[in-house]
Design a binder for this molecule. Sequence first.
Ligand code: KG4
Ligand code: ZN
Length: 340
Amino acid sequence: MNIFAVETSCDETSVALVSNGEVRSNVIASQTKLHAEYGGVVPELATREHLRNFLPIARQALREAGLAPSDLDAVAATQGPGLPGALLIGLKAGQALAFSLGKPFLGIHHHEGHLYSPWISGSPPGADFSQFQPSVSLIVSGGHTLLVHVKAEFQHQVLGSTVDDAAGECFDKIGKLLGLAYPAGPEMDRLAAQGNPRAWSFPRPMLHDPGDDFSFSGLKTSVRYFLEKQPDLPGDPARLRDLCASVQTAIVEVLVTKTIRAARRLAVGCVTVSGGVACNSLLRRRLSEECQEEGLNLRLAERIYSTDNAAMIGILAERKLLAQVPATSLDAEIEPNWAL
Ligand code: KG4
Ligand code: ZN
């Protein structure tokens, strides 16, 4: 089975070709540089860029996979949640392709796709469900922070999410206060590696709340007040590194503690992680340490499948087709606020 998959929910245009659980190509055009000068994603610019990128990316993905449109058995695209204009480009392009080929079309939930990214690995990359078991999955990006109980394939329950900012948004907004370029997460990670994580203690919001929700805006506000008293700090490389390390430690401690606590409570044997913030080196290290101590199997998505990509959409679409989940109507519309 050959699946043509599209992802355009935010600022990455991606097309992947997936065949029998294998990722034959996964082309991603990131718009990060375009949005950097505005300090965040500008929805209208993202939409236009998807429109400009889609055909070249689609051709490249087909070429790299060695497939022609006539080889396709189904088309899938992210239906939501995401930026309305951005989603519209990928969904309608995918539906048009499916319509022209007379093949099934599947509208895929972006977060359900993220649940599959930790299961893509190997060379050539493919879906590895050999160790699949009930898990607690952390999806952590610039737009979302979600904790999900995956009970079985296609059976999941959202345990908690952020009540305000996402964890990646917290990195990006604090980075902006520090004068770092958008998105600031990777640069804060790099600076934090040489800083003292105990230089200052920032709030760990909702850490002791018994529920599974997160909150990060209080941490950002606390750093803003702190910087008002120390306006010269961003210009001092040593103190800047210490601040990044202290902030990163606060964010990671909340994410790790709540994820492990949920895994223990639900007695699952596995923790999975995906989303852009899953690239954070401290988060990866702390989760590995904690999971080892708790005897939990940990599956971290590879970096290329952590950030937004069409491969995860294609892998899930194929699983749905194999499980005979009915195809989505060609008339289906985007779902910008689709709950998981
Ligand atoms: O999944 P993604 O590419 O896009 C969405 O937000 O949907 O995630 C991007 C987010 C940004 O907030 C970025 O700062 C953050 O992931 N990020 C990181 C790291 N790499 C990316 N945050 C912390 N440490 C990193 N190494
Ligand atoms: Zn995402």
